[in-house]
Design a protein around this ligand. Structure first.
Ligand code: ZN
Ligand code: ZN
Length: 393
């Protein structure tokens, strides 16, 4: 409220927008306003913009996002007097890669911001003022159906969070009435803002909590749009999982249920445990439980480490086999779509157990024998396979 009062005082005086460097006499004239800010600092320990900035800094820290994002704040009173104070989170990127290296990064990127002026407080997502409509950060979001769905769901589920369009001069904006993702897709532009607005007559007592909920929910929108030119949604999710963050939990990919993101290893373990639980049920119990399955898909975001295999080694192993499984010696069970016998390459010493991706360790097997090697890996079978020597066909 103190901050709103300062904004009000500045608004009521003719100080807004006055440049103090060009008109030194203004420094004298507007000293009372500066004194108000000093009084505020004495009372709360920091100036309003520093309080807002440190709030956002703490937030970035709590989310482990400081590698990629930073915060900044704008005071009421510098060389110029503003009738508002503001702080935002924007991506850490190389200024020189931007269209206008002379302008601030936050004016050319999506941001999460908090603004206090004489009307009250607002916070949310916004594009910087120098972002263009043809910017990839604007354009690519329109084509992401999941993103638009998520956004719409967000505004439906979170009370007070609304999509606005900045169409008027003087930075005023209109609430948009959105009924479908198609609506949003048609209207999506650099002028879109997703905001919580609290007029000064109606500042909630749990503002802190509301602010955090809003930031949490808009974080995905923000990260997604900030890093869209470098990061796919999968990559962002991967990053968040690595950081122990489950921002994707509430996103519906399609119509299925979305559970918490986990690492692939953990997922495999959990699945094995569920399979094991099912195995020990009696036939009656199993039938009862199996009947309860609803059938809609359940999604999980995972990250998985994948080994790249050498295509030449694999192709060589298949050609050397001349269409016959190198374990059971039977012909390949069918031809692939290119008309060649279908065999699978297998590493005798598994790559997952530090085996090497080289011709000496690679054979071509029919699907049955391949599965057998992975389930049983019998010593006598391994010996047969090890005896196959590398040679030119
Ligand atoms: Zn075979
Ligand atoms: Zn294999």
């Amino acid at each position: 409220m103190d901050t709103i009062q300062i904004a009000q005082d500045i608004h009521n005086s003719d100080a807004n927008g006055k440049n103090l460097n060009w008109h030194p006499e203004n420094i004298q004239k507007y000293a009372p306003l500066r004194r108000k800010i000093e009084d505020f600092k004495e009372k709360f320990g920091k100036t309003p913009n520093v309080i807002l900035k440190s709030y956002l800094d703490d937030y970035l820290h709590s989310k482990n996002l400081t590698d990629f994002f930073k915060s900044e704040g704008k005071p009421f009173y510098t060389q110029k007097i503003n009738s508002f104070t503001w702080a935002c989170i924007s991506p850490k990127i190389d200024k020189n890669k931007l269209r206008y290296p002379q302008h601030s990064i936050s004016s050319q990127c999506p941001q999460l911001y908090i603004l206090i002026d004489e009307n009250g407080i607002e916070f949310g997502f916004d594009y910087g003022s120098h972002v263009h409509n043809e910017d990839i950060r604007v354009q690519s979001l329109k084509s992401h159906k999941q993103f638009l769905n998520y956004l719409l769901e967000l505004t439906r589920n979170i009370q007070g969070l609304e999509v606005y369009e900045n169409i008027k001069p003087n930075n005023q904006y209109d609430r948009m009435d959105l009924r479908s993702p198609t609506d949003l897709k048609e209207k999506w532009s650099k002028d879109i803002r997703i905001l919580h607005i609290f007029p000064k007559s109606n500042i909630p007592s749990n503002l802190d909590e509301q602010l955090k909920t809003s930031l949490d929910n808009l974080l995905f929108v923000f990260i997604f749009s900030s890093l869209i030119d470098e990061w796919t949604p999968e990559k962002i999710s991967e990053y968040l999982i690595l950081k122990g963050e489950n921002a994707f939990t509430s996103i519906s990919w399609g119509t299925g249920e979305v559970k918490k993101s986990i690492s692939y290893k953990k997922f495999e373990k959990e699945q094995e445990m569920r399979d094991e639980e099912a195995r020990v049920l009696s036939n009656e119990e199993l039938f009862e439980k199996a009947k309860l399955a609803i059938g809609t898909p359940v999604f999980r975001m995972t990250i998985q480490q994948i080994r790249e295999r050498n295509s030449n080694v694999s192709e060589y192993a298949k050609r050397r086999a001349k269409g016959k499984c190198q374990l059971c010696n039977l012909s390949a069970p069918f031809n692939n779509k290119f008309g060649s016998p279908y065999l699978e390459t297998h590493h005798i010493d598994w790559l997952s157990k530090d085996g090497l991706d080289i011709v000496e360790n690679t054979v071509a097997l029919c699907p049955n024998c391949h599965k057998k090697m992975h389930i049983l890996d019998l010593p006598q079978d391994r010996e047969v396979l090890k005896a196959i020597s590398p040679h030119i066909m």
